[in-house]
Design a binder for this molecule. Sequence first.
Ligand SMILES: CCCCCCCCCCCCCCCCC(=O)SCCNC(=O)CCNC(=O)[C@H](O)C(C)(C)COP(=O)(O)OP(=O)(O)OC[C@H]1O[C@@H](n2cnc3c(N)ncnc32)[C@H](O)[C@@H]1OP(=O)(O)O
Ligand SMILES: Nc1ncnc2c1ncn2[C@@H]1O[C@H](COP(=O)(O)OP(=O)(O)OP(=O)(O)O)[C@@H](O)[C@H]1O
Ligand SMILES: O=C(O)CCC(=O)C(=O)O
Ligand SMILES: [Fe+2]
Ligand SMILES: [Mg+2]
Length: 333
Amino acid sequence: MSRAADRLAMIFNHLDRSTVHVAASSTSTQVASYDHTPALRYTLDNDALSPDQRLSYEENGFILIKNLVSEEDIDKFRSAFERICKGEARFPGLVVMRDVAIAKSEFVLDQQAISKLQDFQEDPELFRYCCLPQILKHVQAFTGPNIMAMHTMLINKPPDAGKKTSRHPMHQDLHYFPFRPVDRIVCAWTAMERVDRRNGCLVVLPGTHRGSLKEHDYPEWEGGVNKMYHGIRDYNPDHPRMHLEMEKGDTVLFHPLLIHGSGMNQTQGFRKAISCHYANADCYYIDVKGTTQENIDKEVKEITTKKYGMDAVTFQDTWAFRGRLVQGERTSL
Ligand SMILES: CCCCCCCCCCCCCCCCC(=O)SCCNC(=O)CCNC(=O)[C@H](O)C(C)(C)COP(=O)(O)OP(=O)(O)OC[C@H]1O[C@@H](n2cnc3c(N)ncnc32)[C@H](O)[C@@H]1OP(=O)(O)O
Ligand SMILES: Nc1ncnc2c1ncn2[C@@H]1O[C@H](COP(=O)(O)OP(=O)(O)OP(=O)(O)O)[C@@H](O)[C@H]1O
Ligand SMILES: O=C(O)CCC(=O)C(=O)O
Ligand SMILES: [Fe+2]
Ligand SMILES: [Mg+2]
C-alpha cells in the first residue's frame, strides 16, 4: 500500500472514531497520534480518485491528470472553434470576446482576433467536452453524482500585442459565483496544445484553496486590462508559485478558491484551452450583498442591462440560465 493510502486509512479511522459508533479496538495511543489529522473536506468518499489524487487535492487544491482528453476530440473542438471564428456557426448565449488591446485599438485589423469564447453550452460539439465520461468520472469526486455544468470557456490566449494584456491577473474563480457550498464546485481545464511559460500557462499558488475568498478588483496595469478580469488586491507575493506546464489533452481539476492566473503569451500562436466549471446540482444561490462579491454582481447586472436589455435579471439568474445538467438530477441550481 502506498504512503498516501496509509494516510487515508488513518484519516478514515479518525473519522470513524468521531462518530457515535466508536471502534472499541482502537487504542488510546492511536487516538492521540491521529488527533490532529484533518478530516477530508475537499473530496468525497466515492472512489472516483486514487488515494494519492485525493490527498494531493486536499493539500494543494488541484490535481493534474495527464492525457485525459484524446487528440481526436481536441481536434474536433478546435474545428468547432474555427467555425465560430469564421462566422460559420453562431449559438444562443455565446459570448465572443476580443482582447482589450484589439477591441480598443484605433487601427483596423485584418483579423479581429478572438481571445475567448464564453458560454458555449448551446454548441453541441463544444459542449461535448463538458460531458466527456472520463472528465465526469473525476468531477464526481468533488461535486457528487448530480452535476451541473455552470460555466464554459474556450480560451484562445492571443500573442501579446505588446501591452501585456494577454495576462490573466491572479484570482479565485469563486469571486464570479453566487452559489455554495464552495467545496462542491470544481473547474476542469484542458490544454488543447502544449502550454508552457512561453505561451502563458496557468500559474497556481498551491494550498490557497484553504484560505477565504479575497477582495477582487481591476489591477492597475499600465497597458490596460480586459473587462471583468478582476484580480486579487493583496495576495502574499512570497507564496510558492507553480507553473503548470501541460501537454495537449492534459487536464487540471482545481478548487474555486485556488489562487491562479496565467502569464503573457510571448509566442506568435494563439494558446488554446477549454474549460468547464461544475457544481453539485444541490448547491444553492446566495445573496452577495455586503460581501466582496458586490462589485462583480453590479458589473454583471450592468452588462445584462446594456447588452441584453434585461434589467430585472439578477446575477443569480444569469447562472441559472446558463447552467446545464450533465449527470444525475437537476435539483436546486
Ligand atoms: C443571460 C446571459 C448573461 C451573461 C452575463 C455575463 C456574465 C459573465 C460573468 C461570468 C464570468 C465567469 C467567470 C468565471 C471564471 C473566471 C473568469 O473567467 S474571469 C474572466 C471573466 N471574463 C469575462 O467574463 C469576460 C467578459 N467579457 C464579455 O462578456 C464581453 O467581452 C464584453 C466585455 C461584454 C464585450 O462584448 P461585446 O459587448 O459583444 O463587445 P463589443 O460590442 O465589441 O464591445 C462593447 C464594448 O466593450 C468594449 N470591450 C470589448 N472587449 C473588451 C475587453 N476585452 N476589455 C474591455 N473592454 C472591452 C468595447 O470596446 C466596447 O466599448 P465601448 O466603450 O462601448 O465602445
Ligand atoms: N478570428 C480569429 N480570432 C482568433 N483566432 C482565430 C481566428 N481565426 C482563426 N483563429 C485561430 O487562429 C489560429 C491561426 O489562424 P489561421 O489564420 O492560421 O488559420 P485559420 O483562420 O483557421 O484558417 P485560414 O488559413 O483559412 O485563415 C488557428 O489556430 C485558428 O484556430
Ligand atoms: O488563461 C487561462 O486559460 C485561464 C484563465 C482563467 O483562470 C479564467 O478564465 O478563469
Ligand atoms: Fe480562473
Ligand atoms: Mg485565418
